[in-house]
Design a protein around this ligand. Structure first.
Ligand SMILES: Nc1ncnc2c1ncn2[C@@H]1O[C@H](COP(=O)(O)OP(=O)(O)OP(=O)(O)O)[C@@H](O)[C@H]1O
Ligand SMILES: O=C(O)[C@@H](O)C(=O)CO
Length: 409
């Protein structure tokens, strides 16, 4: 049987977040990293997530990679697609949410919802405005994001700058009046992109029910989880147990989000840490060499922390900084595995992409979550490595400390 749902995530932590939501709803889920080779197959499963690293690359490249992933999923016989982006709508006026959604719609036809709301992560949308906890997106720490600063919370307006097509709104009052009214409201909108309000799980379920025959939906892990809950009967919801390999642990942190900085504080109070300074040493091989020397000296019985994360005022600036740090953290991940590390907690979506790419990991089994949306992912190789790919904003303050004990929720 072919998988019933094919998801394309624009970064690796987003991929693990949506995979966790699908698994939690009872879908047997496979998570792949990067555009799969034409011949790549998947084990028997209900959903496949292809996690790309397309959030912050030029829009034409993001479109090309997404369409290649969609072609591969379609060749598996997948009938429905989901484009997963960040619940904080991370993007710029150049893209990539609008251009990617447009390209997928040109191929699949019809219209789509734009629904980043993930109430379980504190992301809600009301009258098209995205809230993070109890503040507007534009008042949240996302306004200082190093790659995709979000300074406008009105998603109709934000997406309107990324697509030549008009953008509509499905307001909460309509969502709450039931599927028939949602349908009526949508019929009255002559647009292909509809920003959909949702502040509770029940709203996401209503949206999933009202659009169950749409070939493409887009949003955060919240709506995808609702689609899975609508598709899988409650009695059939049993999550697969995935054991973690034993071995020392390392934390690799490149995320500069407020949540990561708090989690790092706790981890650094418990474990030895080494800070990467890309200004003093702007060449990845050299920056990594100093850190490897530190790693070899400090990787004993307990976990260690390698990080570049910094609050906005201490961050390095320059066109190549992110690239230098991501390459360096990738090199360090490789060396850590050579040194016997079997548990790696990575903080940050771009950073996770760099680490999985450097480790050559193309497929993992998704296991239990250490925190909501942060599952353990175990490679399917003979000598498996467990990866915890943490979205910048996710997790309780002690997540990184608990992760080093292989903790689950
Ligand atoms: N000290 C620093 N100065 C400047 N840039 C940094 C610094 N440390 C990390 N970065 C870069 O900031 C970016 C952080 O993005 P990343 O996606 O890894 O984290 P995030 O945005 O918090 O997570 P997510 O995308 O999951 O929300 C990376 O490209 C990283 O290399
Ligand atoms: O949706 C989210 O917030 C996360 O899955 C994510 O994409 C962060 O990179």
């Amino acid at each position: 049987m072919s998988p019933v749902l094919g998801c394309i995530a624009d970064d690796h932590t987003g991929g693990s977040d949506i995979a966790a939501a699908l698994r939690r709803a009872g879908m047997r889920t496979v998570l792949r990293f990067g555009v799969p080779g034409e011949r790549a197959g998947v084990p028997d499963c209900d959903a496949v997530v292809v996690a790309l690293k397309t959030r912050s690359i030029p829009a034409p490249d993001a479109v090309a990679q997404t369409l290649a992933a969609q072609r591969w999923l379609a060749a598996l016989g997948v009938p429905r697609f989901y484009f997963k982006y960040c619940s904080t709508f991370d993007s710029t006026d150049a893209g990539n949410i609008g251009p990617v959604a447009d390209a997928l719609l040109s191929l699949l036809g019809g219209r789509t919802l734009i629904c980043p709301a993930s109430p379980e992560h504190g992301r809600t949308t009301y009258l098209g405005h995205l809230f993070v906890g109890d503040v507007l997106l534009s008042d949240s720490p996302m306004r200082h994001h190093p790659l995709t600063p979000m300074t406008d919370a009105n998603l109709v307006r934000v997406l309107g700058r990324q697509t030549p097509h008009p953008v509509g709104l499905l307001p909460l009052t309509a969502v709450r009046r039931g599927p028939a009214f949602v349908q009526e409201h949508l019929d009255g909108l002559d647009v292909r992109h509809v920003v959909a309000d949702a502040t509770e799980e029940a709203d996401l379920l209503a949206l999933a029910r009202a659009t169950s025959d749409w070939p493409l939906l887009t949003g955060g892990a919240g709506l995808a989880g609702a689609i899975a809950r609508v598709a899988v009967p409650e009695a059939a919801r049993a999550a697969e147990i995935v054991p973690l390999p034993p071995g020392p642990g390392v934390i690799l942190a490149g995320s500069c989000s407020a949540a990561t900085l708090g989690q790092l504080d706790q981890a650094l109070a418990r474990f030895p840490g080494h800070r990467l300074d890309p200004v003093a040493t702007p060449v990845p091989a050299e920056l990594a060499a100093v850190a490897v020397e530190w790693l070899e000296r400090n990787l004993g019985d307990g976990p260690v922390v390698l990080y570049s994360s910094a609050p906005a005022e201490q961050r390095a600036t320059g066109p190549r900084i992110a690239e230098v740090l991501e390459e360096t953290l990738g090199l360090l991940a490789r060396r850590a595995v050579e040194l016997g590390v079997r548990r790696i907690a990575v903080a940050g979506g771009e950073t996770s992409g760099a680490v999985t790419t450097a480790l050559g990991v193309d497929q993992v089994v998704v296991g239990d979550e250490a925190d909501r949306g942060v599952p353990w992912c175990v490679t399917t190789t003979d000598d498996p490595v467990a990866l915890l790919l943490k979205s910048g904003n996710f997790g309780r303050p002690d997540l990184l400390v608990r992760a080093m004990d292989g903790a689950t929720r």
